[in-house]
Design a protein around this ligand. Sequence first.
Ligand code: SF4
Ligand code: SF4
Length: 321
Amino acid sequence: MPDKPKVAFYWCASCGGCEEAVVDLAEDILKVVEAVDIVLWPVAMDFKKADVEARPDKSIVAGFINGAIRTSEQEEWVRMLRRKCQVVVSFGACANSGGIPALANQFQKESILKYVYEDCPGMDNPGKTRPQPESKDEGRTLTLPEFRGMVRSLDQVIEVDYYLPGCPPTPKIIMAAVQALLSGKLPPKGTVLSPDIALCEECKRKDSKPADLALTEFKRPHQIQIDPEKCLLAQGLVCMGPATRGGCEALCPAGNMACTGCFGPTSRVKDQGAKFVSSVFSNIAPKEEKEIDAVLDGIPDPIGTFYRYGLSKCLLRRKLQ
Ligand code: SF4
Ligand code: SF4
């Protein structure tokens, strides 16, 4: 019997939801396991780095890498996987654009370490000890990965062939990507494997979205009784649908929740947050500065709202001192 194609899964800075998404394939995971040999999947099986390193270059057909890059260890692993894999798929929002971990790019490395190891209310560390990349213990040298100064997307570290969007990607787009890989019917390199349309176009509420939203205030979900039929933006909720790529079939609005933008932008948009601001804020009804500010006060965390998944890839990228 010919060898089955070999695939690898790896996990960098992320929450584990992308790993769950693979398990969420349910019975379809059996089809995947039947069709391929998994040679690396640290969350599920015990593989050693040395075993992967020993494989010939390009001997793994596809590597699915989720999570952003924050530590030296993550960088070493993804560079090694780039050498070993014919195709690298950036899997999920954190790998694609930094995701939630990239919100830390609003802060300097020193202020993060100081807060976590000194100032955090739950911390009891009178000696102000911090983990060191290298330390000595009974004559042995112990090492820890270095915590880098910035969270980067996967393609800011290695070349990426395809992108699967989402936090996490949905089973449907994962299976479509696996089938495309196995059949060899792959789109051009660099393609985001999800429809290149705005989320609003696949949302069941779209017919109730007026051309002019005439927004007089923004509300948070707990402040209103949400109408289950009407466009969420038209109800004053910050729904990122106009600035977000489709492909999830508008899961969150279908569940009476505003879209937070996890599928990232379409190919025509460079900066998802700026796109949302430019398309929606022109619909704010008041025209006087003070009144506009009062409307914007309804969004207490603009960066966490407009760049929840994309701070590594937005035009601003990080906050300096
Ligand atoms: S703004 Fe949100 S709720 Fe309204 S149509 Fe777009 S995705 Fe649907
Ligand atoms: S509706 Fe928005 S936040 Fe929800 S899964 Fe789809 S893209 Fe992600």
